[in-house]
Design a protein around this ligand. Structure first.
Ligand SMILES: Cc1cc2nc3c(=O)[nH]c(=O)nc-3n(C[C@H](O)[C@H](O)[C@H](O)COP(=O)(O)OP(=O)(O)OC[C@H]3O[C@@H](n4cnc5c(N)ncnc54)[C@H](O)[C@@H]3O)c2cc1C
Length: 491
């Protein structure tokens, strides 16, 4: 007994699924969007508690100018439902080799001024000219040259330039450890350079009032306004496949039919669980099983009795912060320091409605393996490393804590994708943007089953987290709309 028939079903209302569903409904397809959570937004959903509202964890949007949140909000005509904000002021903090925490000075412009960065990072005068040349070469590199660097690691590419250590740490910490969540010697250089260009030329640090989840919720609303359906709090149990083509989905609320199913649930959960390995050839199943996720961010939400900073967001780092694969693996075994870069965000410093009068909420995130089943001791060891950096940079903070929430790899997996491969599921981004998984080697948006597509950070986009997911949503909507037209024309 079927509950309904649609042109296309989208599984998951993360940034990839909700943007894709919104765009398809706007183009006239009858769409069903099914989400297991009560709210949209997936890895960037909004929460509220005791008068505080916020994105569930540290999520910093970039670029500022021309960001895809706004492009799709405008196209779907729901810009009134999600207000983006660009905070004034910078909060990045450099821990000098002498152990002093120094905040980046504010600049008159929203764009990164190299001279200001050089002064802050105490770069010798004699080393500034080559460092400036490095910035210029990177920022102005033409797209075809950037593309040629796909397959080279960002570490190898950085190693070709003679840049001072603090500057290297700043670029690597900013880029790999926060934007991509993979060690610098694994990160694909083309992905890294394209995103840094976007930040240097178009600004970094855009947020949404009420948390980023509002953007995905606005995309869902546009699905409804265009006459299609959204089913929240509904888990997809199975994608129905017969004779190598999709026929619909089975959920905890019944069966829905469609000749097109687009999954935002992650390529591994889709293939290995929702469809099931028996429907694919062994080579494809092994390929999917071997895909490598990004690493994870874990941290705290500190609810403070009074404000401790005016900074809206920032990164705390030292020359030692950047992760290499070897250092990460040694840290995991307890043979190297777990201390890396720490990201933080303070929503009430860009959104006046984010905290009750006179209070502040401070969120942090630091590196951790993506395993949702990490034991308590290991989780605490990774989190402690983050707190050491935090309390060093903000010595007054600890005394102001009224309550704190700990979010872990399990929290991220529960809110987003199921863990179907051991050690995987709590990743921050989705598929790791590492050498061998980017550019031409990124998984195709089309599965080897007719009518089955993937959307979100595992296929179809490039760039940083939420932007990558939306870019995928736009690209997949184009491909699916064409596929839908083609099917109609040959019937
Ligand atoms: C701690 C943390 C910090 C981050 N920081 C940043 C940042 O600073 N900047 C940035 O741009 N990005 C950041 N990101 C990454 C960014 O949020 C994600 O890369 C992006 O939102 C992923 O979008 P997605 O569409 O690929 O998938 P997801 O967000 O994973 O969405 C998938 C959706 O599918 C739903 N779903 C899954 N299975 C089913 C099922 N069986 N039935 C129904 N629904 C299902 C899930 O509930 C979810 O809503 C961060 C993420 C985390 C976790």
């Amino acid at each position: 007994m079927t509950e309904g028939r649609y042109d296309a079903i989208v599984i998951g209302a993360g940034f990839g699924g909700s943007s894709c569903a919104g765009l398809l409904a706007k183009r006239g397809l009858r769409v069903l969007l099914v989400e297991k959570n009560a709210v949209a937004g997936g890895k960037a959903l909004s929460l509220s508690k005791n008068g505080f509202t916020y994105t569930a964890w540290v999520v910093i949007g970039a670029p500022v100018e021309g960001n895809l949140y706004q492009v799709v909000l405008d196209e779907l005509e729901v810009a009134d439902l999600a207000k983006l904000v660009v905070p004034k002021g910078r909060g990045s903090i450099y821990e000098t080799p002498a152990g002093k925490f120094v905040r980046m000075p504010d600049a008159p412009s929203d764009h990164l001024d190299p001279k200001l960065v050089f002064d802050w990072l105490e770069i010798d005068e004699v080393r500034r000219a080559p460092a400036l040349q490095f910035f210029a070469d990177m920022t102005l590199m033409p797209p075809e040259k950037v593309k040629e660097l796909s397959g080279t690691s960002f570490d190898e590419w950085l190693g070709r330039a003679d840049i001072p250590r603090p500057l290297r740490a700043f670029v690597a910490s900013l880029c790999c450890d926060g934007m991509f969540m993979v060690p610098v010697d694994c990160l694909d250089a083309a992905e890294a350079i394209a995103s840094l260009q976007a930040i240097f030329l178009r600004g970094g640090g855009v947020f949404c009032e009420g948390g980023f989840g509002r953007v995905a919720e606005a995309y869902c609303e546009s699905v409804r306004r265009n006459g299609s359906d959204v089913l929240m709090s509904t888990r997809v149990k199975q994608v129905l496949v017969e004779d190598g083509r999709v026929g619909g989905i089975e959920t905890d609320k019944g069966v829905f039919e469609a000749p097109i199913v687009i999954s935002n649930a992650g390529i591994q959960p889709t293939v290995l669980k929702l469809v099931g390995p028996a429907h694919f050839d062994k080579g494809y199943v092994n390929y999917v099983r071997d895909l490598v996720p990004s690493y994870s961010l874990i941290g705290y939400r500190y609810f403070l009795r009074k404000p401790v900073t005016d900074a809206p967001f920032g990164v705390i780092f030292s020359d030692e912060s950047p992760w290499s694969l070897d250092r990460f693996n040694r840290a995991r075994e307890g043979k190297a320091s777990r201390r890396g870069v720490l990201y933080y965000e303070v929503p009430s410093n860009y959104d006046s409605g984010a905290a009750p009068e006179g209070k502040q909420m401070f969120m942090t995130g630091s590196f951790c393996p993506p395993d949702p089943d990490l034991d308590k001791a290991e989780l605490e060891a990774w989190a402690r490393a983050g707190e050491e950096a935090l309390f060093g940079a903000f010595p007054d903070l600890e005394a102001c804590i009224e309550a704190k929430d700990f979010y872990t790899t399990r929290s991220v997996s529960n809110a987003t994708r199921d863990s179907v491969v051991p050690g995987v599921g709590g990743e921050t981004i989705g598929l790791g943007q590492i050498v061998g998984q980017c550019g031409d080697r990124k998984p195709s948006i089309r599965a080897p089953i007719r009518g089955l597509f993937y959307v979100g950070c595992d296929a179809g986009g490039t760039g940083v987290g939420t932007q990558q997911a939306i870019e995928s949503g736009m690209n997949v909507a184009d491909a699916v709309a064409r596929y839908h037209q083609l099917r109609k024309s040959i019937r």
